[in-house]
Design a protein around this ligand. Sequence first.
Ligand code: BG6
Length: 477
Amino acid sequence: MNAITALPKFELPTIFVIFGVTGDLVKKKILKALYHLYRKKRLPARFRVYGFSRRDYDDEKLQTYLREIMESQKYKDPEQFDAFLAAFYYVKGDFSTKSAYEDLAKTLGRIDGEWSICSNKLFYLAVPPASYSDIVTNLHNSGLTEPCSPEEGWTRVILEKPFGTDLTTALELDTQLGTLFKEEQIYRVDHYLGKETVKNILVFRFSNSFLTPSWNKNYIEKIEVRLLEYLDVQGRGDFYDKVGALRDVGQNHMLQLLGLFIMDHPYKFIPEDIKNKRSEALASLHIMDASEVGKKTFRGQYNGYLQEKGVYPKSQTETYFRIVARSDLPDFDGVPLILESGKALEREMIEVVVTFKETPLCLYGIEGEQKNTLHYHIRPDEKITMKFFAKKPGFSNETAEHELGFDYNKAYSKELFVDDYESLLFDIIRGDQTLFVSTQEILSEWKFIEPIIKTWRNQNIPQLIEYEKGKNIEIKS
Ligand code: BG6
């Protein structure tokens, strides 16, 4: 074995190919994540990035374009920009043109020759899903995703949600990916799983024994997952109108969060067990019929949405929804699992609230409800708070609600935090699939939401309600 192949796998030279390098995802997330990893010396010492796009750019123009993004977004340590950007190269091509992939394969082969090693290769599809099929087919046919050998030079393909637009298209995509690649090569990104607070959910639940006995239907009254945003569709009307709130954030981020809150303890803390338990939790969601959809769901649209650019003037697309779901998991049977999300609301708040049942035997006669709640704040606050009751000082037996809490931002320096995409990219490089979504999870998510969307769209049940932009919606449980 020569000196280079003896390197630990993570240290092997790695080539990143990013499809859609001039698109929004790179601008908003991927570039920053790569740069942070670079600054923190978390990228392999030898790496290159090939940006693939249709624009008439060359290497220099790509680097200038990326530098402008880094400057305008005020990335830290500008003295490192040059060295970082020097690793970027440009490939001009249409995603459906076979020859562009063949040329890329030759280029990457040449680099491997120069480096005298079969490098690792990572293909990031930062493009709209309509291009997935062309790209994965061409990657496979050009041999680009063929690893050199089982030991050397892995290849990985990264895709972003949405995975399909319904159950049928999700299955089609899955079948195609399964034909072209091995499961260990496929990384399906749901960026919520990479958030610092979300990565903590299982640690919090399973490292604190006081929670274990009460984490079930005997003690929990309901669980609410909220993803409330004050921003509207922000010029993305064309995309959003075809999707709607439930498919945009419900089918993925929110169900993933719910899964983490209700899943059983994994046998071991290893990727396979964690993913299996998460998947079982999602598969346990009760599939509603039309009459249940009428009773258990609510949908709204903010006023002014129809005037958004790209939105069909008579659109019935929901910008808000609330769904009372339930699970067949023995521990959560009968517990309302509430999913609520909307755009253009009064507050920005992404959280999961677990409400515990009222204490049956209370020491003091207390007026009103006395229920403990656990607030798991994901964004913008990053904290966990527990509401509890204590006796007020003095002669009376009055009680008052108080709060126990842990705030990430107070407990830890900001420097220690890792962004969602940074965390996910790091895991892709080191080959840890725990925070990536499996096919089974995606299919269970679609199975759960599809009947709801069909009833909304085809039967207009329940009717779409208009709500005022910038105001919160109050619905009784
Ligand atoms: C995206 C949705 O997946 O998630 C957006 O398309 C939504 O509509 C966003 O605003 C929320 O993610 P984050 O990381 O900003 O909470």
